[in-house]
Design a protein around this ligand. Structure first.
Ligand code: UGA
Length: 435
């Protein structure tokens, strides 16, 4: 099939390259000309495992092209995906200006039937506005369909999530649109959820908000664990074995970050409010998430007492492992807050350092974990990169000024640290726990 993807960000690029890999002719479009020039040269603006290799392979096979020319993209494609950003406005509402502009530009360049598919995360009823915008701008009453096909890929494992999805949600209003999308996704052999556009839009917001709720729930449980001497990792293990609950998204820690959950929870709260429903549950989910960082900072203060002039080592800046993305990373707030109280920060992240250098000033970036630990008064774990799990802590103990670890991701066994002579503090973990 001939396909265009408007917006070469995370979702757009991964969708484009994977659809090309499935054998389609794909054009990835972006109005950022520099980004397009770089992509043509094989320079990928984000780190995502496997993405670079797939882009190079599909460009070589002439199945994948990059352009800033909307006219070319619209004329050459029967299916056009909209994958532009929908950032939060100051009031939490999703900013849909990008979606409207793209819908208008597609309409103006259409010379025959097109299926326009919302891939970006949008509030329920956006499809109606897209339809309305295209109708108002299209020439000669050309026929078109709008569909919703939300993306569920996770950063860090986006390619595999696309190729092996739990389900593919297709919101359509016509047989033609349905058949086009069913055929497009047939090679994946995945379970399809074929529904109406509004339900498809809601499935995305509801899914992300539900996962955020699970995280805040377990973080709330971690508070009870700390007050009682129970261990949140054990509680989550016991809960997760119940198939109705499931083990995923029950890791207590610094709370959720990234470019999706914080934005989508905000947008869902505001769209619900606009529709006349006060989504109190989600407001509390957000509140618990914000409190989790304060709670972590309090742990640091409880153990270091005065923050001023203390050297704090930080392992991990990206919002989660296997990505260089630092958007809404809990680490940023923790680091800035410690800096404001006069701490000296030394940090290391396997991939996120380059982006962190722009966002964080006045910190010493190290090239490995051991350099971070040298003369540190305490060590913070802010992202659960695998390489942090393999560190030699006997060596680290000798490097640090004081053997103190505050683990915001619960990646270590507290007992092991007690044996080496570290003071280990996790989230909702009891040091007394004996297996
Ligand atoms: C999330 C969803 O998982 C995807 O399905 C969705 O497509 C994507 O948003 C999106 O809307 O585009 P992502 O933001 O890449 O994906 O990352 P997740 O793996 O979901 O993690 C989100 C945040 O929750 C991270 O900060 C992570 O550290 C945190 N988290 C996750 C926890 O604190 N505890 C957990 O148990 C799981």
């Amino acid at each position: 099939m001939n396909i265009s993807i408007v917006g070469s960000g995370y979702v757009g690029l991964v969708t484009g390259v994977c659809l090309a890999e499935l054998g389609n002719q794909v054009i990835c479009l972006d109005n950022n000309k520099k980004k397009i020039e770089n992509l043509k040269k094989g320079q990928v603006p984000i780190f995502e495992p496997g993405l670079h290799e797939l882009i190079v392979a599909n460009v070589k096979k002439k199945r994948l092209k990059f352009t800033s020319d909307v006219k070319l993209a619209v004329k050459s494609s029967e299916i056009i995906f909209i994958a532009v950003g929908t950032p939060s406005m100051p009031n939490g509402e999703a900013d849909l200006i990008g979606i409207e502009n793209v819908a208008r530009n597609i309409a103006k360049n259409m010379d025959g039937y097109r299926l326009i598919v919302e891939k970006s995360t949008v509030p329920v009823q956006t499809g109606e506005w897209v339809k309305h915008t295209i109708s108002n701008n299209v020439k000669n009453k050309i026929k078109f369909d709008v569909a919703s096909n939300p993306e569920f890929l996770r950063e860090g494992q986006a390619i595999s999530d696309f190729m092996h999805p739990d389900r593919i949600v297709i919101g359509v209003e016509s047989e033609k649109a349905k058949n086009l999308l069913v055929n497009l996704y047939k090679p994946l052999g995945a379970q399809l959820v074929i529904t109406d556009i509004k339900s498809a839009e809601l499935i995305k917001h509801a899914s992300n908000s539900f996962l955020a709720t699970k995280i805040s729930f377990i973080n709330a449980i971690s508070r009870i664990c700390e007050k009682t001497g129970a261990d949140v990792v054990e509680v989550a293990r016991g809960m997760g074995l119940d198939r109705r609950i499931g083990p995923g998204f029950l890791n207590a820690g610094l709370g959720y970050g990234g470019s999706c959950f914080p934005k989508d929870v905000d947008a869902f709260i505001t769209i619900s409010e606009k529709l006349g429903y006060n989504f109190e549950l989600l407001k509390v989910v957000k509140k618990i998430n914000d409190q989790q960082k304060d709670f972590f900072l309090q742990k640091i203060k409880n153990n270091l007492w005065i923050i001023k002039d203390k050297t704090v080592g930080v392992l991990g800046i990206s919002f989660k492992p296997n990505t260089d993305d630092i958007r809404n990373a809990p680490s940023l707030e923790v680091i800035r807050s410690l800096q404001s109280e006069g701490a000296k920060i030394k940090a290391y992240d396997p991939r996120g350092a380059l982006k962190a250098k722009d966002a964080l000033k006045g910190i010493t970036f190290c090239t490995d974990s051991y350099a971070v630990c040298k003369k540190a008064d305490c060590l913070l774990i802010l992202t659960e990169w695998d390489e942090f799990k393999e560190l030699d802590f006997s060596k680290i103990k000798k490097l640090m000024r004081h053997p103190l670890i505050i683990d915001g991701r619960n990646i270590y066994d507290p007992l092991k640290f007690e044996k080496i002579g570290f003071k280990y503090i996790g989230i909702g973990r009891s040091a007394n726990f004996k297996r």
